[in-house]
Design a protein. Structure first.
Length: 228
């Protein structure tokens, strides 16, 4: 069971793919550029780097170290680099990885630390308020209709794009789901569902004017009764 991750995949869909991998819905994720995707998967037990000897940006010393590090969150994680020759970048990356491992082992032994895999909750993108690890965005007022609702949805879409641009996929996906929920509610109202109790801005303004007018009349009657 294999899935692919590449530049043609929508930004908000990447978190769904990574979550499906963590849930075991498929076994192998083929990434065209793991550095760009920024994978953070504690369950990852194996990173295989093809053409590791192809010198370039994606096979530089730093890039190789960062890609190898995708398996570092799992105590059983391994990295296999496939190459026909040992390049300078490849040799430097392996040397640096071994140096860091030796340093970590010395630290663990000196402080009595037993390495353990990182444990990270798997949030649920599908709307499920019962999940404790579900990202609940601050979406503001929810009982809106008409132009007020459209403006609110536009603001949520803006925030969603900002989160996606910052690679905050959990928050972006949660906002996307909230937008879908609000849009579905708006369609329900258009189909004849009962509107929410909160009035539109025009209705609130009219009620406020009527209330002020009633208060003014009451004050006038009170003054007339008191006399000069």
């Amino acid at each position: 069971r294999v899935r692919y991750m590449h530049s043609d995949i929508d930004t908000l869909e990447r978190i769904e793919i990574m979550r499906d991998l963590r849930l075991g819905r498929f076994d192998v994720l083929v990434g065209i550029n793991l550095l760009r995707e920024g994978l953070d998967i504690p369950e990852c037990g194996l990173v295989a780097i093809l053409d590791a000897d192809k010198e370039g940006y994606l096979r530089s010393e730093t890039s190789l170290i960062q890609t190898i590090g995708r398996a570092a969150r799992n105590v059983e994680g391994r990295a296999i680099l496939y190459a026909d020759r040992m390049t300078g970048s490849l040799e430097a990356a392996v040397r640096e990885t071994n140096r860091r491992r030796a340093k970590q082992i010395r630290w663990n032994e000196a402080h009595g630390i037993t390495p353990q895999s990182i444990r990270k909750n798997i949030g649920e993108i599908l709307e499920n308020v019962c999940e404790r690890d579900y990202v609940t965005p601050d979406v503001g007022p929810v009982h809106l209709t008409g132009l007020e609702l459209q403006a609110h949805i536009a603001e949520l879409e803006k925030r969603m794009r900002e989160h996606a641009a910052n690679l905050e996929f959990e928050e972006a996906a949660a906002l996307r789901d909230e937008i879908r929920r609000l849009e579905a509610g708006e369609l329900g109202l258009a189909a004849g569902a009962a509107p929410p109790s909160r009035p539109l801005p025009q209705e609130r303004n009219l009620r406020a004017k009527k209330r002020r007018l009633a208060e003014a009349r009451k004050a006038a009657r009170s003054r007339r009764r008191k006399g000069p």
